[in-house]
Design a protein around this ligand. Structure first.
Ligand code: C2E
Ligand code: MG
Ligand code: MG
Ligand code: MG
Length: 289
């Protein structure tokens, strides 16, 4: 609602702005409580080796069950958690929880955890990762840290130092959402990483009339192979996309076609936690012809 300032002018925007800032403050306040109240939960989405069809590992994805608002999407609260620095304690909880969960799975499965730029600025990242590994007892080579191109561009020195140390310990590094940032190839060449995750937007367009997305996927795979890295395609939803990616010799895929992110109990069942060593493929996996 517009208010009169008393001189005949109306400020249409203030109440709206005020409302938005109010909503932000509320979300921030609620987020501070969420960690201690146990409102966060991790879901896990498998990524699959394209040659064998086996699950190679699972990516931890954060979920927030807000007591009034229900499920709040990471897209909504992670940016605010980054701005406020709350992502640092939340991120530590994610690392510890994800590693502890992975300790229950067959030992050949990796656990991938997303990292925010703010976690590199905290200087605590290396001891926090080390602590999570030690507490869970899983080997460093089972942990994969996902960082985006944009994250490594911004604080390149801090990120480079921390990732370099972690990489030396045996932790694997994946470049998330690849192709959406602006990192130069020479910059990437110096960067310690093991895997490129081809952004969902390219995978999405693989079937469009234009050849472009397919050529981009092919170029990324070639680039990765020449640097000795593997590739994972994100957001694979159809058999057609899968077939193209397999032809382009992509290493792994992840997406709704194979499995949506699932809660820990469902994942334990899918991977045969504490029981078999061979992952159980439960749904929609195409038969070899
Ligand atoms: P991301 O790391 O690129 O994760 C992939 C996102 O794509 C996830 O969304 C996942 O649910 C979704 N997805 C997977 N397969 C498909 C598919 O076939 N089709 C479609 N349309 N979507 C698919 P989600 O869980 O909403 O997470 C969004 C983003 O939030 C993540 O993108 C990641 O950047 C961030 N995030 C999630 N959990 C964490 C966390 O613990 N820490 C940090 N720092 N960021 C996180
Ligand atoms: Mg990710
Ligand atoms: Mg991604
Ligand atoms: Mg993405």
């Amino acid at each position: 609602r517009a208010k009169s300032s008393g001189r005949g002018t109306f400020h249409f925007f203030e109440p709206e702005l005020d409302q938005r800032m109010h909503a932000r403050r509320n979300l921030e306040r609620d987020m501070r409580h969420a960690l201690v109240s146990g409102e966060f939960e991790l879901h896990y989405q498998p990524f699959v080796d394209l040659k064998s069809g086996d699950i190679s590992g699972l990516e931890a994805l954060l979920r927030w069950h807000h007591p009034q608002r229900g499920l709040v999407s990471p897209a909504e609260f992670i940016p605010l958690a980054e701005e406020t620095g709350l992502i640092v304690p939340i991120g530590e909880w994610v690392l510890r929880t994800a590693c502890a969960e992975a300790a229950k799975w067959p030992a050949d499965l990796k656990i991938a955890v997303n990292l925010s730029p703010a976690q590199f600025r905290s200087k605590e990242l290396v001891p926090v990762v080390f602590g999570a590994l030690a507490a869970s007892g899983i080997g460093a080579q089972r942990l994969e840290l996902e960082v985006t191109e944009t994250a490594i561009m911004h604080d390149s020195e801090a990120v480079f130092a921390a990732l370099g140390q972690l990489h030396k310990l045996g932790v694997r590094i994946a470049l998330d959402d690849f192709g959406t940032g602006y990192s130069s190839l020479s910059f990437l060449q110096k960067f310690p990483f093991d895997k490129i995750k081809i952004d969902r937007s390219f995978v999405n367009e693989l079937l469009s009339a234009k050849e472009d997305s397919r050529l981009i996927a092919r170029a990324v795979v070639k680039f990765a192979v020449s640097l000795g890295k593997t590739t994972t395609a994100e957001g694979v939803e159809t058999k057609e996309q899968l077939d193209i990616l397999r032809e382009e010799a992509c290493t792994e895929m992840q997406g709704y076609y194979f499995s949506r992110p699932k809660c820990s109990a469902e994942i334990a069942q899918m991977v045969g936690a504490e029981a078999v060593s061979a992952p159980v493929v439960t749904r929609d996996w195409p038969a070899e012809d």
